[in-house]
Design a protein around this ligand. Sequence first.
Ligand code: MRU
Length: 375
Amino acid sequence: MLVDGIPYRTIWLGEDGESVEIIDQRKLPWSFEIATLRTSDDAANAIFGMLVRGAGLIGATAASGMFLAALECRKAADDAGFDKEFARLGEKLKATRPTAVNLAWAVDRQTTAVAAVSGIEEKIAVARHLAAEVADEDAEWCRRIGEHGLPSIREIHDNKGSDEPVNILTHCNAGWLAFVDYGSATSPIYAAHDAGIPVHIWVDETRPRNQGARLTAWELGKHGVPHTVIADNTGGHLMQHGMVDMVITGTDRTTHTGDVANKIGTYLKALAAYDNGVPFYVALPSSTFDWETRNGVNDIPIEQRNGEEVSRMGGAPDAEMSLEPEIEVTVVAKGSPVANYAFDVTPARLVTGLITERGVCPATESGIRALFPEK
Ligand code: MRU
C-alpha cells in the first residue's frame, strides 16, 4: 500500500541479500522507521517485541527469520547437523507468540522444505525462496479477500438506496500492517473505497496497545478512507442506534469448526452485533486456519503479555504529533495488579461468515471444508 505516495510492503529482503527489512510498528504513527533483521534472534525479538505483529506478518517474519536461521546454519558439518540446528532455531521462533497460528505454520513449512533437499547451499536457497513465496502468497491471498468481501459491502450500499456511507466497525489492526499487503479485514474496505462505494470505518482504539488508534487509523488515513476512532466500549451503543452496518475483524487463529481467536475485546463486539442483528464477518487467509483444534474457547492458548502494556501507555505529548518523541505515562493506581490477556475467542455461532481468499463461507466445519476440501 502507499505511504505518502510510495508503495510499501511490511517486510522485504535487504539489498545485501542476507538481511530482512521491516517497518518498526512500535514507532507508528509518530514516525515511520525501517528496522533491519540480521539473525533469527532479531526476527524472534521483532515478533515478541511487536516491531511486527498481526497474523500474516508474524507468519511472513517467521518465514524470513528461518531464512536468516539457514544462513546461521551454513557452518554446519553436514546436512543432518544443518537440519537439527535449523529445527532448533525454528522452535525458538515458535515460542515467541502462542496464539497466532501463522507462526508455527511458516516455521514448519520451512523446516519441511529445507529437510527435503540435500546440500547446505541448496538448503539456504530453498529457505530464501520460501521466505519470498510466503510473503508473496500472503499479499495475494489478502488481495483476493478484498475481492470476495466487496460484494457484501456493495449489497449493503445498494440496499441503503442512498449515498450514505456503509458504516463498518473493525477491531484492532487487521490492515496491511498486520499482513504483507492489503490486510484481511481492511482489504474489502479498500476494495470498496477504490470502487467508489462510500464507506466510513468505526475504528476501535483497542487497548491495551491501541493497534486500532495507532495503526488502523494511520493506514486508513494514508489511503484516504473516512474513519472515526472510538473508545473500545462504544460499539454496542452505535449498534443499538443503527450506526453500524457490518463488523469486519481479522483473526489470529480460526478453528476448522469456525471459532475465532482475535484481539481481546472481539468477543464483546460479536455479542453486541448478534444482539442487534448486525452482520459480523471475519476475514482471514487459509494460513490462519487451525486444522486440528475443534473447540476454540477451551483449547486455543491465549497469550498473556506483560502487565505494563495495561498500566502504562505511550503517546505524543501534543495533539499535532509534531517533532516531540513519544512519551509513556502510568494510567493505573499505584500498586494495583493488572492482567493482560491479549486475545479472546468468539464462538462460531456469533460469526455471520468467513471471508477467505477462496470465497465467503459460513463459520462451520462443513462450510470451511467445502472451500478447502484438500484439508
Ligand atoms: O497482538 P497483535 O497486534 O499481533 O494482534 C493481532 C492482531 O493484529 C489482531 O488480533 C488482528 O485483528 C488479527 S491478526 C490480522
